[in-house]
Design a binder for this molecule. Structure first.
Ligand SMILES: NC(=O)c1ccc[n+]([C@@H]2O[C@H](COP(=O)([O-])OP(=O)(O)OC[C@H]3O[C@@H](n4cnc5c(N)ncnc54)[C@H](OP(=O)(O)O)[C@@H]3O)[C@@H](O)[C@H]2O)c1
Length: 430
């Protein structure tokens, strides 16, 4: 058989140990598909004494992951340390500079430095694989870069963070508030001790920036993504959403509009008959719309040792086969600037929930403000009446623009009868 492809794995945590195990357990099938064995020869992590549940016998250990860029007996470096800078970036840059192919699951690194790393890989003529960086086991990078390469993509919309989807699902099913479900999720290991990257939308935004670059042929630009998380979603809003025929999901959306491409991560009202609405728990899903293919929908596990290792190993098999595709689907020099339309120019319908003192004239004041800002209402909902007490009122607008809604909400919030900051959730069409 042909010479094995020799792999160095930097980082032996959840994903790194999973990759080593997958390459060991499925070695025969992988060798048959790749045309040659794929063998781990070297590893690096911080703690040499830690039991990682996989055999590291016969592998060369390096304390400094950067050594793998030039270590003997290595063809491909697999970076599974994480973080947009620090040792992960140093290792990937050094490996590419040495003409060594790289596979990584590091969305933060790709989202922030992906354009420069793509140019470095291109200059070296080597692969930079990152299938595992978006939606774990779902092969969405390959779908966008290869399977749909003939299409003009008009929209990518996805549930890109399993932690947020788990929390929103539990809030709906168990009718609990955000803070209680977050605490449960942390106890179950579905949420990190510091959950802010997940629940504030940053992790989903990293992934969206990567998907948008592939979908629209523009340089990856994380700073162009508008980001809102799920901290302010209440059980009340989830219940009103159900009454109106929607589910609330944290979506990452990259959409072509007449003004340019929108890049946004925020909680959204998704019609309950939409495929994305039915994706519950820790699952991820991505919908891509292309001009010739129509809608393509992918769903699966977005994290965990097995699904993420599955994606890393798919990239390794491509490299073993000798496939080198452009990192971002086309030559770096042919890519557009990664600009996005400001959220203030977003056009769409909105869900607005107010808590008001139930007294005569409040609704008239609110609707007058909306009218003055040119906003028309599709429906209005009020559950129960408690004269003199706080009651929720829900307003659903027709299509309007974000700047008008923001101005109207500021005026509404200033009314004496309006008790708390109004909740505002964008409604996503089919
Ligand atoms: N977990 C998932 O489900 C998932 C899914 C998709 C993508 N990813 C991405 O995959 C990457 C790895 O995630 P993970 O969950 O596997 O992380 P993890 O469990 O925290 O593992 C990180 C590994 O990196 C090692 N490491 C950290 N700093 C190091 C340093 N300075 N020098 C050498 N080694 C160092 C750690 O060594 P020690 O073990 O010795 O401490 C550990 O083995 C991240 O980019 C993440 O975003 C993860």
């Amino acid at each position: 058989m042909t010479r094995p492809l020799r792999i160095a794995v930097a980082g032996l945590g959840t994903v790194g140990a999973g990759v080593v195990r997958l390459l060991q357990e499925n070695a025969a099938a992988i060798a048959a598909r790749a045309g040659r064995p794929i063998t781990v020869t070297a590893v690096a992590a911080r703690d040499r004494a830690k039991d990682r549940g996989v055999s590291l016998d016969g592998l060369t250990w390096y304390d400094d992951p950067r050594s793998l860029a030039s270590a003997d007996g290595v063809d491909v470096v697999v970076e599974l340390i994480g973080g947009s800078d620090g040792p992960a970036k140093a290792l990937v840059e050094a490996s590419l500079a040495q003409g060594r192919a790289v596979v990584t699951a590091n969305k933060a690194l790709l989202a922030v430095h992906g354009a420069a790393l793509g140019r470095a890989a291109e200059a070296a003529g080597v692969a930079l694989g990152f299938e595992a960086a978006v939606a774990g086991g779902i092969p969405v990078i390959k779908v966008l870069r290869e399977g749909l390469a003939g299409n003009r993509v008009s929209r990518v919309a996805g549930i890109l963070n399993g932690t947020c989807n788990y929390i929103l699902t539990e809030m709906r099913v168990a009718r609990k508030e955000f803070a209680d479900v977050l605490a449960d999720a942390q106890a179950l290991g579905y949420a990190e001790a510091d959950p802010s990257f997940d629940i504030d939308g940053v992790d989903a935004a990293h992934k969206l920036a990567i998907l948008a670059a592939l979908a629209f042929g523009s340089e990856v630009n994380f700073s162009a993504v508008h980001i809102e998380g799920i901290r302010r979603i209440s059980a009340l809003d989830i219940s009103f959403a159900e009454d109106l025929g929607y589910r609330i999901k944290l979506l990452g959306i990259a959409r072509e509009t007449s003004d340019g491409v929108e890049l946004r991560v925020h909680p959204a009202m998704v019609p309950s008959q939409n495929l994305l609405a039915a994706v519950d728990g820790v699952f991820n899903a991505v919908m891509v719309e292309g001009d010739f293919v129509g809608k393509v929908f992918l769903q699966g596990r977005g994290a965990g040792a097995g699904p993420t290792a599955s994606a890393v190993v798919a990239d390794l098999i491509d490299i073993a086969r000798g496939c080198v595709v452009p990192v971002w689907g086309q030559a770096s020099a042919s890519m557009a600037q990664g600009e996005a339309v400001p959220i203030a120019r977003h056009q769409g319908a909105y869900f607005i929930r107010l808590m008001v003192v139930d007294q005569p004239g409040v609704l008239a004041d609110v609707t007058a403000i909306l009218r003055d800002h040119g906003i028309s209402l599709e429906s209005m909902l009020q559950h129960g009446r408690k004269p003199g007490e706080a009651v929720p009122i829900v307003l659903v607008t027709h299509e309007t623009n974000e700047a008008a809604v923001a101005a109207a909400i500021a005026d509404v919030a200033a009314l004496d009868a309006v008790l708390e900051t109004p909740a505002l959730i964008r409604i996503e069409p089919e």
